[in-house]
Ligand binder design. Structure first.
Ligand code: NAD
Length: 260
C-alpha cells in the first residue's frame, strides 16, 4: 500500500499506459481520478477499480480546455479532498514528414501534450500549495524526450518540452514539497502505437513487421516492447518517493533503446 489514501489524478487514463497506472495506483491504496476525453471509458475503468474494492471516479476532461480542466480538478478535490499526485499522460501521435505536416495537426498535438500538461499542472499546483502536504507531478514523456525519429516532429518537440516544464516545476515546487519528474518509455503496444504501425508502413513503403523490427525495436537491447506495467511501476516509484532528493529528473524505460 505505497499510496494509501493519496489522491491521484491521471489524465488519459481510460486507455493504455494511463489506465495501467490508474489500476496500479488503486491497488496501492490511492483514490484515483480517471480524467479522459472519453468519459464512458473513464467511467468503465473507474467501475473496474470499484469492482476490485478500489476507489476511483471517471471524469470527462479535454486537457486542452481551461474550463474543463478547472472543472475536472475541482470535482476531484470535492470528491476526494485534495490532490497528491498528478500524472499528465494524455497524448496522441500523428505521423507525417515535416514538409507535408498539416498546421492544424501540428497545433493539435502540441496543445494536447503541452497545453494539457500546463493546465493540469497549474490546477494541481494550486491545490497542492493550498493543501500544504506536498505532492508529486509526473509527466509522460517518451524516448522521444531525448531522441528524434523521422515523421514525428510535433511529438518529439512536445516530449522534449515536457522535460523543461518538469524542471521548472521542480524549482518552483520545492519549497512546497512538490516534486516533478518525467518517465520516458520506449514503444508500448497500446492503441496509440497500434495505429502508427500501418501509418508508418504506408509512409515508408515497408511492411508492418518491418516497421516493428527495423524502426520501433531496432535499437533495443533485446527486441522487446516495453509494457504498460513497466511504465506503471516507474510511475509508482516517482509517486511514492518521499523527498525532494528525486525531482527534475527523467527516467528512460525502454529496453535500452536510449541509454544516457
Ligand atoms: P492511448 O491512445 O492508449 O491512450 C491515450 C488516452 O488519452 C486515451 O484514453 C485518449 O482518450 C486520451 N486523450 C487523448 N486526447 C485527450 C485530451 N485532449 N484530453 C484528455 N484525454 C485525451 O495512448 P498511450 O500509448 O497509452 O499513451 C499515453 C501517453 O504515453 C501519451 O502521452 C504517449 O505520448 C505516451 N507514450 C506512449 C508510448 C507508447 O509506445 N505507447 C511510448 C512513450 C510515451
Amino acid at each position: 500500500m505505497r499510496l494509501k489514501d493519496k489522491v491521484a489524478v491521471v489524465t488519459g487514463a481510460a486507455s493504455g499506459i494511463g489506465k495501467e497506472i490508474a489500476l496500479l495506483y488503486a491497488r496501492e491504496g490511492a483514490k484515483v481520478v480517471i480524467a479522459d476525453l472519453n468519459l464512458a471509458a473513464a467511467e468503465a475503468t473507474a467501475a473496474e477499480i470499484g469492482g476490485r474494492g478500489g476507489r476511483a471516479i471517471g471524469v470527462g476532461m479535454d486537457v486542452t480546455s481551461e474550463d474543463q480542466v478547472a472543472a475536472g480538478m475541482a470535482h476531484a478535490v470535492a470528491t476526494f479532498g485534495g490532490i497528491d499526485v498528478l500524472v499528465s499522460n494524455a497524448g496522441i501521435q500523428t505521423v507525417a514528414s515535416l514538409d507535408e505536416f498539416d498546421f492544424a495537426k501540428w497545433r493539435q498535438l502540441l496543445s494536447i501534450h503541452l497545453d494539457g500538461a500546463f493546465l493540469t499542472t497549474r490546477a494541481a499546483l494550486r491545490e497542492m500549495y493550498r493543501g500544504g502536504r506536498g505532492g508529486s507531478i509526473i509527466y509522460m514523456g517518451s524516448v522521444h524526450s531525448k531522441e528524434a525519429s523521422a515523421l514525428k516532429a510535433p511529438y518529439v518537440t512536445a516530449k522534449h518540452g515536457l522535460i523543461g516544464l518538469a524542471k521548472v516545476v521542480a524549482k518552483e515546487g520545492a519549497k512546497h514539497g512538490v516534486r516533478a519528474n518525467v518517465i520516458c518509455p520506449g514503444f508500448v503496444r497500446t492503441p496509440l502505437v497500434d495505429k502508427q504501425i500501418p501509418e508508418q508502413a504506408r509512409a515508408l513503403g515497408i511492411s508492418e513487421a518491418e516497421v516493428v523490427r527495423t524502426i520501433m525495436l531496432k535499437e533495443t537491447v533485446d527486441g522487446e516492447f516495453t509494457t504498460a506495467d513497466d511504465v506503471a511501476q516507474a510511475a509508482l516509484f516517482f509517486a511514492g518517493f518521499g523527498s525532494n532528493a528525486l525531482t527534475g529528473q527523467s527516467l528512460v524505460v525502454s529496453h535500452g533503446w536510449f541509454m544516457q
